[in-house]
Design a binder for this molecule. Sequence first.
Ligand code: F6P
Length: 550
Amino acid sequence: MASGQAKDLKRSIQALKAHWKSGAPKNMRTTFADDPKRFSRYSLQLDDLLLDWSKCLVNDDTLSLLADLAKAASVEARRDAMFAGKPINNTEGRAVLHVALRNRSGKPIKVDGEDVMPGIKEVLDRMAAFSNGLRSGAIKGAKNKPITDVVNIGIGGSDLGPAMATLAMSPYHDGPKLHFVSNIDGAHIADTLAGLDPATTLIIIASKTFTTIETMTNARTARKWIADALGEKAVGQHFAAVSTALDKVDAFGIPADRIFGFWDWVGGRYSIWSAIGLPLMIAIGPEDFGRFLDGAHAMDEHFRKAALPKNLPMMLGLVGYWHRAISGYTSRAVIPYDQRLSRLPAYLQQLDMESNGKGVTVDGKPVSGPTGPVVWGEPGTNGQHAFFQLLHQGTDTIPVEFIVAAKGHEPHLDNQHEMLLANCLAQSEALMKGRTLEEAKAQLAAKDLPKSEVKRIAPHRVFTGNRPSITIVHDKLDPYALGRLIALYEHRVFVEAQLFGINAFDQWGVELGKELATELLPVVSGEVKPKDKDASTQGLVAHLRKRRGK
Ligand code: F6P
């Protein structure tokens, strides 16, 4: 980074820190009371998608200082470099082009001078033909029976995306039933296969590298399950694979017409739009899968073209940065008020934490401030009866991101949807407003409690409030809205990464544990004595071996 840019960045960050201490709003209640236009000033809409950050401690000065920072960090230039196929993943020397996978513009996107769009179209067409064959029953298993169940074996980005989206899109399912196996724990595959008939089951092995130990182990277990039941020759008819390592898939015995490729410029956690989305396409059909891509493309176009103050991913990223790096909040809760988005927090955990959980800058220097927050969550209203106590009265401030649809998919249960909406709004209002000691006392006094009891109980019923939240509303969770929502979050992670000054697209931090697990396997199984291990690891190995009777 040029020294001039480094100075601008430092100056912008210092200005933001000073503003947090003095100029930024201190009290949301009074800020709302003073400014009746606060909602319209601090919310944005793209078609039916609304992003409301008015319940955060920001004002016009905050946003203008954040915009200065974005400029100093060259966020827009970096964004353009990503869309142009430049190798912005500098530690792996790769382009970052998940946006090409949903490029519906008909325009070319080039990597090293070559248009990637024809290859993307070819894979999408093959996925569609394969999905349609399964969905219509034209593609059958070895016993000439139609496929009723599809098991996706993958982990991380090769599982979370399709698993989350397939659940989210359940009102659109009209194909075979989908199942997902990820964990190396044999319980996962055992429980999944237990209810299935090998003769009517297709297994998809999804792995970008085709080396991931969990996936390859589960794949071998599934292969044996098929071969034992139907014979070795049946394997080809009951497997498909999604990978960038086509040679390795071939060696597993999967026929070429059932191998769906993708490219090294697609990161695992950004791969749902590629052939990794095959399970989703099988469940909802190619047309709805196309709508899913359309939604993401609409967000891409918006992100690419909208000026900063009107740009949803930019604003979400800037406010996210404000919370993490300037206000010092260490985590963010994502609470979809949508049962079908119950896997979204886990999906966003990988997207955000694997991207922005970094300690060095793009230049390999230690970062000078915080990077990505802990991301966690559960659907509302369930979370309200579990961890919301801490969100409201705990000693940490945790910004919450509420996601909700104006309309549900169950018109006959619209009263329940209204209750869901009321709960979602109530939580953000309570976090913002809180309840003062006077209010708590007045409420208790109205219940005719003795004065001493009012005094004793009231402090426990105080809510400090002033706790930030962001609300995201779309009309209905359909394929288009889901694609658009995920793309919004992807670009937000991108924006925050540029502000942190890190590379969001590698994940070296997962390597060490993998290496040590490989080293420890023969130790745990007893083939090798633990040596050069710390006392804790040695003690644990000895305990486990004893308890396992080995
Ligand atoms: O855990 C690291 C990781 O490489 C993720 O980034 C990735 O999504 C996951 O493992 C699965 O990798 P693969 O698709 O190569 O099996």
